[in-house]
Design a protein around this ligand. Sequence first.
Ligand code: NDP
Length: 453
Amino acid sequence: MINNFDLIVIGAGSGGLAAAKRAAGYGANVAIIEGDQIGGTCVIRGCVPKKLMVYAANERSNMINSERNGLYFNNLSFDSSILLKNVKQEVARLSNLHYESLNKLDIKVFRGWGRFKDSNQVEIICPKTNKLLKTLKSKKILIAVGGKPKSLDIVGAEFAWSSNEIFDLNNFPKSLLIVGGGYIACEFSCIFNNLGTKVTQLVRSDKLLNGFDSDLSMSIQESMTSSGINLIFKDELVSISKNNENFDLIFKSGFSKKEENILIASGREPNIDNLNLDNVGLNMKGGFIEVNESNQSSQSTIFAIGDVIDKPNLTPVAIEQGRVFSDNYFGNKKRSISYKFIPKAVFTNPEISSVGLTEEEAINIYLNENIKVFKCRFTPMSNTFKKQKTKCMLKLVVNKLDDKVLGCHMFGETASEIIQMASIAMNKGVTKREFDETMALHPTISEEFVTMY
Ligand code: NDP
């Protein structure tokens, strides 16, 4: 086997796979190193299995809300082991598909953990024995190892699950404390709550989803509370101790509580500890690998993409970084990444989705007097016969000076699908007038985006 590659990719997640496939498509001799299943966080323990759980949770929520449609599910039962088994099977199927596509492109897959020997050589370590399996050489090396959950520095943190262990469960818990107010905490609060787990969510600040538009945070808070999630704000977990089958929890406020299970979702950090970065002396910034606009690190042969660099930690961003990297260095196509209008979604029930600036950000940049906000909040027709009449919320943030839409935000069913389309218009610099000139499609929720005055 040739052991002198054009490109070694460390990490077979979304970004690494995209880069490896694109480079191989240009005829490069590519190796990819992965110690876990092929697919990375998104496929194995993130977006994909999570979204499958979201679908199940939303179905149950709709069923128990359906009596006024004449639909009765009196003996509705949920066997979480079936859902979790099927989710694992689907993940394995997708992982295998990725593996097959690597083979088809003649990309050499090495099973093990990669670490740097020097700026052109990577050692592969056996995940089971920790022994050195092989050393590979390459002209270029791409770090695409992704992130890992950050835990809390508190007594007993080891008793809590992270978002990794959640995907290893065989059954859903009866009750659960979720720590955090971000993406993972909010999504799993809704999944578990809608599938019958009693959920308490502990948030250190005074609102959910910091960084999102405040109207979105308020909307989801109201909806999660009315769906039965116990939200505790402005408090923190300080210790966890085991007490027979349960855990004793102590909060900063002095409040104490027993819980059966705990999930800590307090952010993620680059998964770079075992890469032996000291051997190559890369410049770091705030815990991330420093790269230039071409994703090149301070060592000319080493590049980095995805959650190890200080850019939005989102799958499509990592994929684009991977493709742009390979287009530039193996396809001779000069391309750069646009980080301007990155759509975001939180798959709560209902969903939150956004593209562009929040109202708060727009005011900070353009000043209050130059910003106009269009907003509407109403009960969507789909909730007419539901017991829980969650209102949806649509919002446009507009620059009065040139009429450009700076931000488009939505809380409601299929918000992510709608905002994905709105982001095309935002990318092209759409104005409020152009929204107004667009014919509405009735009856939909999103028609309000083109009828707001
Ligand atoms: P987030 O950064 O979204 O949220 C972290 C949460 O933990 C915040 O509420 C934060 O509070 C809180 N927190 C941080 N430190 C502490 C602490 N010491 N004690 C108590 N609370 C703390 O991280 P997640 O783990 O939810 O998700 C990680 C990343 O993964 C996301 O940022 C996103 O990039 C990605 N992701 C994307 C998804 C999607 O696209 N739908 C889904 C899931 C993950 P505070 O706000 O006060 O800092």
